[in-house]
Design a protein around this ligand. Structure first.
Ligand code: UDP
Ligand code: MG
Length: 149
């Protein structure tokens, strides 16, 4: 089972989309094993988006991410990284397929509602940035016999 880091960005929280997004994650059969709401510290946001440090949008992206509370989650399940990227949809919401979060709820690339890790390396790195081991809960769910063969 993979683990991935998922964020409902400040725009998603402000727009009251937290329940909708969590519902989509749960309905798919993925399991939430860590969750919090907080205003991410600027240093943490910079570390999270370090790969984009030299890009023109980096400063505005970091400023937006720390502007108000966001939801941070660790989500686990079969191919959780790829499945969460598919649930999120294309980075530019204009290109995102209806049925994806970005394709249903967003229009602007800088207000695309969610983040989801894009690889196993990124997932491990991002989970470690946002959560201590003691905040991640390993547990069984009674529906797992129905979700997995
Ligand atoms: N972003 C932006 N302008 C761009 C490209 C990206 O504002 O031209 C923002 C956008 O919110 C995106 C985030 O930077 O979600 C990280 O970019 P990345 O390419 O990693 O997209 P993601 O992994 O979020 O799909
Ligand atoms: Mg990315």
């Amino acid at each position: 089972m993979e683990q991935t880091y998922v964020m409902v960005k400040p725009d998603g929280v402000q727009r009251g989309l937290v329940g909708e997004i969590i519902s989509r994650i749960e309905r798919r059969g993925l399991k939430i094993i860590a969750l919090r709401i907080n205003v991410i510290k600027e240093a943490t946001a910079k570390e999270h988006y370090i790969e984009h440090e030299t890009k023109s949008f980096f400063t505005s992206l970091v400023k937006f991410i720390v502007s108000s509370p966001s939801i941070s989650m660790v989500v686990t399940g079969k191919d959780a990284i790829r499945v969460m990227r598919t649930i999120a949809g294309a980075t530019n919401p204009v290109d995102a397929t209806p049925g994806t979060i970005r394709g249903d709820f967003a229009l602007d690339i800088g207000r695309n509602v969610v983040h989801a890790s894009d690889s196993t390396d990124a997932a491990a790195r991002e989970i470690a940035i946002h959560f201590k081991d003691s905040e991640i809960w390993k547990y069984s769910k009674i529906d797992e016999v129905c979700i997995y063969e």
